[in-house]
Ligand binder design. Sequence first.
Ligand code: 3EB
Length: 354
Amino acid sequence: MQAKQIGPLVLPLGNDASPSDEPERWLGGAAYGQRAVVGRQLALRIGKRAAAACAVVDLVPLSAAHGFAELWHVGGAGPVTQDTHGPQREITWSADGSLLFAHLSLDEKDFGGGAQRALEAAAHAAYGNLFDLLQRSGYAHPIRFWNYLPRINVDEDGLERYRHFNVGRHAAFVEARHPPESSPPAACALGCRGGAITVMVLAGREPPIAIENPRQVSAYRYPSQYGPRPPTFSRAALYRDGAYALLTISGTASIVGHETMHIGDVVAQVDESLRNLQAVVDAANEAVGGQLFAVDCLKMKAYVRHAADADRVRRQLQLRLPATPIPLVRADICRADLLFEIEAAGGATFQAQA
Ligand code: 3EB
């Protein structure tokens, strides 16, 4: 029997965007690039309805002309349903019977007051609303979150905005009875342009397996020098659906233990990040008891803090992963000393035991 395959696909977005004739149906995803341009191009490529299931993340593309889309395609036969959710219908979600993808953007201006900072409150609300959707829809188990925050490294009231975000996110995990220390989903957190935070989630009907990296302290156990509440993510999440397994690896950077390595050296940060990526893939293979995943079979994308580093980063990635095209965008990374971050995902099918 053909296993149901769910995986990411990276689609360049340029002026030549013509309608896609792919037979796949799209569960959701995101367009990365200049907001006004890539949203329109994605709608031309995959249709208005499918594009509505996707977020637009406003970042400067460093690869394809106008940016690219990362889309999740589904291989099942069931219909893809789409709807909105939340007090202001701010969430758009779609589901195929086995997985759900949802995204929302919130403007901080609508939050805060009292003791809570606006970004903390917006993060709390975004996660609260998403967890509410997951619980009501039956896709109760988040597999992967994506977080994009304006001015992520800027200090407000003596605390970096990323750390305000972590306080709100942590509170929402606790309230939703997803204790941050028990197998949190995979995630990434980056800066973006514009005035709104964007959060997306891929969720399933069964819990994923959380994968950690033996070279790194689990992020949910980071010491308080990185903020009053730790980030709530695992290094990767492995989702099994029959014979099919989807591996989604969190944002991976030049951190060993809990410390940033190679401060100021972007090429060494790329290499350290790739060592971490390999360690996470090794840990995932150990969890499934076989060599199911390989780094160069995964779809990847990467974030570069300084546009001036793009050529150096591109060359180093080509040297290490010559067969893997990796689209780059310029983005601030959640620690001011990180210059590079990479993420990866892909599926594999278990071979029937002889
Ligand atoms: C790190 O390893 C780098 O806050 O959700 C990577 C992936 C990072 C996810 C998050 C942050 C997040 O700590 C930063």
